[in-house]
Design a protein around this ligand. Sequence first.
Ligand code: UDP
Ligand code: UDP
Length: 470
Amino acid sequence: MTMSDDNGVVHVAMLPSAGMGHLTPFLRLATFFLSHNIKVTLITPRPTLSLSESQLLSRFHSSFPQVDQINFKVESSLFTQSPNSHMPIPYFQMIDHIRTSAAKALSPLLSSLSPPLSFFVSDYFMLSSVLPITQSISLPNYLLFTASASFFALYSYFSTLPSSLSELEAVEIQGVPPIPISSIPPDLVAPNSIFKKVFIEDSSQVTKVDGIFINTFEALEHEVLEAVNAGKVLTAMPPVLPFGPFVPCEFEKEGDQWIKPLKWLDDQPRGSVVFANFGTHTEFGWDQIREIADGLVKSGSRFLLVVKDGKYFNGDDKNEEVGLEEVLGHELVDKVRDKGLVMKEWVYQSGILSHEAIGGFLSHCGWNSIVEAAWNGVPIFGWPQRGDQKMNAEVVKMSGWGTWNKNWGWIGERLVTGEEIGDAIKVLMNNESFKIRASKIKEAARKGRSVGGDCEMTIIRDIVSDFSDE
Ligand code: UDP
Ligand code: UDP
């Protein structure tokens, strides 16, 4: 099998699905390939789910004009239904439509690219649409799993589980700590969700890929990585390559808006600020936002709070124009302004986490957020909201650089009070052992990423040399 063309060019095509949590790691991995002289073609579904994604893509393409970009049209009525409504586009319905559209678009495309492709990297939500096509042209197909290795263990094992999980206490997978049903994404426990359908379709195909890249690293998920690679989860498991931590890139900064919080942080003492941010699609109600603000004030710490309180997933990423005072009330707003900064727009999270004034992170535990905090050695108090986030919070707890409160429930299950949030932040900001463990995790993260580090060696050994030698 020839993996590079006559001139020794290694060429990869990459296909992310939808959402910033998927696109960001794809672009970071693409940047990594580029730095190893691999030619990259990026294939993306259009329109994107959010404006943030299309903006990130244009910044990426301006920074790397050598990357070939191919867009394919997502055929979906979701974009035209009630165009004036502020309702978010249902994420997994969109994924389902992307899968169908990708299968149609890729079939004629992949074999016609020049120079010929050496390998393909698909999103884990796209696997069963893409695999028949790559198999038909004998193109090696790697999976980029944008969540944790722990969630990967569940994903790859999922099709062997009984169809109804609700009767189980926990999912037991050999070599992996038991996963309580209460920590499993509710859509996987529910009988008929689209997410579950996608998960089962793809899970059963996982042994057919050539390898799986995961944005994680040994020090973060040693036990699970060992179990998956020792064949304990699935006997025929392809190599699982811990490629993380994916590092933030220059092109991710948008305009000038990332500067304001960093300037504010410059005036705060080292390690004094708790950063509260909940990812790209957590929308709290106003009552919960008030409790968060109250909790931050009660904690006694300084804070940087990001709230996304309104329409966020309607294609223009603009929040409702509601004043902070209207949401918090006069008295609370004064206290908030005294100790904190509240941002209502997209912030450059990686930049904030790397600022020395940050001492802790109140996070929804999206996997990218966790890896970014690990990269910067910032302890986490987890407030998982949905999906894989409780499992991610548990990864942090198990590796000793943070904790979470199981009683807070999934998003909307109950109002978490200011009292509880204030107490949680006190725990976070005053726990010396979290700080020590977090700096150890940071050290390990940087070691893996350095030139000649674990991650660099993996790519050279397993990917680049393989393909250029044959
Ligand atoms: N992010 C950011 N600014 C924001 C919100 C999110 O830069 O205001 C970035 C964050 O750094 C991360 C990604 O968006 O890279 C969110 O991914 P994650 O997996 O943490 O959560 P999701 O949004 O997918 O739930
Ligand atoms: N996800 C996403 N955008 C969304 C919803 C989900 O990227 O709007 C991702 C999320 O980061 C996680 C996975 O999809 O990796 C599982 O989603 P979840 O179970 O939260 O779906 P839900 O329960 O909200 O339907």
